[in-house]
Design a protein around this ligand. Structure first.
Ligand code: ADP
Length: 274
C-alpha cells in the first residue's frame, strides 16, 4: 500500500531512511488500529446496558397490570443503570489519567493514607465475603504525585483483589522502601488468595477492556478499565505496575513509585503513555 509507494519514492536516499519511514508508517497504523478498536469497544460496552434498559422499560409498560413483574424489571433496570454509571465514570477517569499531567497538582502523598482509603473503599464488599484485609509496613512514607490519581490506582488494585477472591480469604497490602540508583522507590504490594491469572492472560490484563472472564467481571460491576488506569497512573508518575500470579493460588500486584523528595526529577522525566 502507501508504505511501498513511499519506500519506492525515497529509495535513492538510502535503505536505512526507507526502513525508518516504513517503521513509522507501521507504528502509525498500529496506533490507528488501537484507537479504532477502543472506539468500537466503547460503543459496544455502552450499547449493552442501554439496550437492556430499553427492553426492560418496554417490559415494564407491558406488565403494568402485574405489580410483581414491574418490581422485578425495575430492579434489573437499576442494575443496568448502575453499570452504565460505573462505565461512564471509569471512561472519564481513564481519559483524565491519559490526558492530564498528574504532576501539575503534585504533592507529597502519605502512603498510609492511600492504603487506608483503598481499604475503606472495599470494606463493604470484603465484609459480605468475609475477606480479611491487612496492611503492613506502612511507616511514614510519601510518594510525589497526584493524590486523586494515586488513590484511584491503589483502590483499583485492592478492589480487584477482593472481587477475584473466594470467601474467607485474605488480602494483604505490604509497603516498603527500596533503594534504587535513580532515587528510592516506594513499593506497594497487594496480595490475594484468589483465582489467579494464567501466563497468557497476564500479558493482556492491562489493556483497556480486556477481561479474562467477562461474565465474572460484569457480575462484580467491573468495566475492564481498572488496570489500564493503574498502568497509566504508574507510568505517568515515573513508576510501574507488575503482576505475579499462580492460577488457583492467588496474585500479587506491585506498584512501584518514586519516593517524594528523593526522586521528583525522575518522575518528571517520564512523560505519560499514549
Ligand atoms: P475489571 O473491571 O474487569 O476488574 P480490570 O482492568 O481491573 O477490569 O482487570 C482486568 C481483568 O484482569 C479482570 O477482568 C480479571 O479477569 C483480571 N484480574 C484483575 N485483577 C485480578 C486479580 N487480583 N485476580 C485475578 N484476576 C484479576
Amino acid at each position: 500500500g502507501d508504505a511501498l509507494a513511499v519506500s519506492a519514492r525515497v529509495a535513492p536516499l538510502g535503505s536505512r531512511l526507507v526502513m525508518l519511514l516504513v517503521e513509522d508508517l507501521t507504528e502509525a497504523r498500529r496506533i490507528e488500529a488501537v484507537r479504532r478498536d477502543f472506539v468500537a469497544n466503547v460503543s459496544h460496552e455502552l450499547k449493552t446496558p442501554v439496550g437492556a434498559l430499553s427492553l426492560l422499560s418496554e417490559a415494564v409498560l407491558d406488565a403494568s397490570d402485574d405489580p410483581e413483574a414491574v418490581q422485578r424489571f425495575a430492579g434489573r433496570m437499576q442494575i443496568e443503570a448502575t453499570r452504565l454509571t460505573n462505565l461512564v465514570q471509569e471512561l472519564i477517569d481513564l481519559s483524565r489519567v491519559q490526558n492530564d499531567d498528574p504532576l501539575e497538582d503534585a504533592e507529597p502523598v502519605r502512603i498510609d493514607e492511600l492504603v487506608a482509603e483503598a481499604i475503606d473503599r472495599c470494606r463493604h464488599q470484603a465484609g459480605t465475603k468475609q475477606i480479611t484485609m491487612a496492611a503492613g509496613g506502612t511507616a511514614d512514607l510519601h510518594v510525589w504525585g497526584n493524590r486523586g490519581q494515586l488513590a484511584a490506582a491503589l483502590g483499583n488494585l485492592v478492589e480487584n483483589a477482593v472481587n477475584y477472591s473466594p470467601a474467607r480469604t485474605r488480602v494483604g497490602i505490604a509497603v516498603r522502601r527500596i533503594t534504587a540508583p535513580g532515587g528510592d522507590l516506594i513499593e506497594i504490594a497487594v496480595t490475594d488468595q484468589g483465582i489467579g491469572i494464567s501466563d497468557k492472560d497476564k500479558e493482556r490484563i492491562f489493556e483497556r477492556f480486556y477481561r479474562v472472564d467477562p461474565a465474572r467481571s460484569r457480575a462484580t460491576g467491573g468495566t475492564g478499565l481498572g488496570l489500564a488506569i493503574v498502568k497509566h497512573v504508574a507510568a505517568s508518575h515515573g513508576g510501574e505496575v507488575t503482576v505475579w500470579s499462580s492460577e488457583g493460588q492467588g496474585s500479587t500486584f506491585t506498584l512501584r513509585l518514586p519516593e517524594a523528595g528523593a526522586a521528583r526529577d525522575r518522575a518528571l522525566q517520564h512523560p505519560a503513555l499514549d
